[in-house]
Write a protein that binds this ligand. Sequence first.
Ligand code: 9Z3
Length: 400
Amino acid sequence: MSTPLLGEMSPAEAESVYFNEYPPPKTLPRHEALARAFIDLHVEAHRRVVLVTSGGTTVPLEAQTVRFIDNFSAGTRGATSAEYFLEQGYAVIFLHRQYSLLPYSRHYSHSTNCFLDFMDEAPAAADSSNPGHGPIMVRDEYQDQMRSVLRKYRYAKQNNRLLLLPFTTVSEYMFELRSIAKLMQPLGPDALFYLAAAVSDFFIPRSRMAEHKIQSSELPEHMRGSAISSDEIYTGENEENPSSNSRKLVINLDPVPKFLHQLVDGWAPEGSMVVSFKLETDPSLLVYKARTALQRYSHHLVIGNLLSTRKWEVVFITPDEPHERWLRVPKSRRSKSISGAEDQVGLAEAKKGNPSTLEEVEAQQVNETSRDGIEIESLIIPELVKLHTKMIEKKTQPAQ
Ligand code: 9Z3
């Protein structure tokens, strides 16, 4: 009998099999200690705490990893959302893919916003002892924006409102998520989970993973380990006449167990709010898949987004009325996006004729002061906070 896939087991069985297969990440004890102290502080202050997950996960192909599968996410959604949560008074645990975008520094990082472009060397003072070395300054045109970002960043740091915890692989992400969710128990309804990370759906179980770098050329017989057998040479599923001896690689992936079940039904505090994201590329599937996820895991909100329009529109799928609600950045305030496709905005809307113009009017009021594009997260987070507040009020008010 073949061993069942994790996806075929009960959620509890899959949890125990999955977590027994991997050693916990080396950083876990340190992260747990940091998270515990952070949570204690905010429980004491009766402050709400949100766990924001952000960025992609890697799927290693070898235990001593040379190669891995990755995905597109740079962590823009997570890093931007974290800033708006902080603005709303939440403390934020930011569980992010290492080297992905971070709250605040995201404005000045990576090649699109390289910090060096914001700086200049000013002339040295006339009486300077070193006339060739003027002070390094922020360029005039960026002073206001940078001051504002810097102040918010320093406020979050000095007041211990933001905890940054990095992960890299999908299994590290799972271990961290489970531990932090359990540590959040004392927060009860004040805990919010905002699962924006793009978590791989597939992985190679440790038991089937090559220890060493997978070889791309034939090794002499006596040097071959158990790394990869010749019948595992990939021929490619789209090839009509696959050549049997090409040096291709079969990558045989198992489904990652859907831990949302375990999060909602066990790890997360009683009464807390769980928000997951659903990403699709086919507009005709988005609402259906988001609804199905909400029904399957019985949590509180699925935020659906299309890869091509994710910077300008999202849909809130809720168990309560109105079930499907679109938030959209008005046309005139959309930021430019190289990878985005504006002509696809509106295509995924199931109930056509939704009053999306309402959101557009609100959006204009929200951010009238900004001349630049509006970030969709500035619409998402206040709406979400309203839903969280309602949930907290329901849980904490005695039944009439
Ligand atoms: C999202 O849908 C996020 O909004 C994005 C953000 C990953 C699209 P960026 O980093 O992108 O700002 O460029 N995240 C969740 C995607 C996901 O993996 N969801 C799972 C699924 O769709 C469910 S938890 O099955």
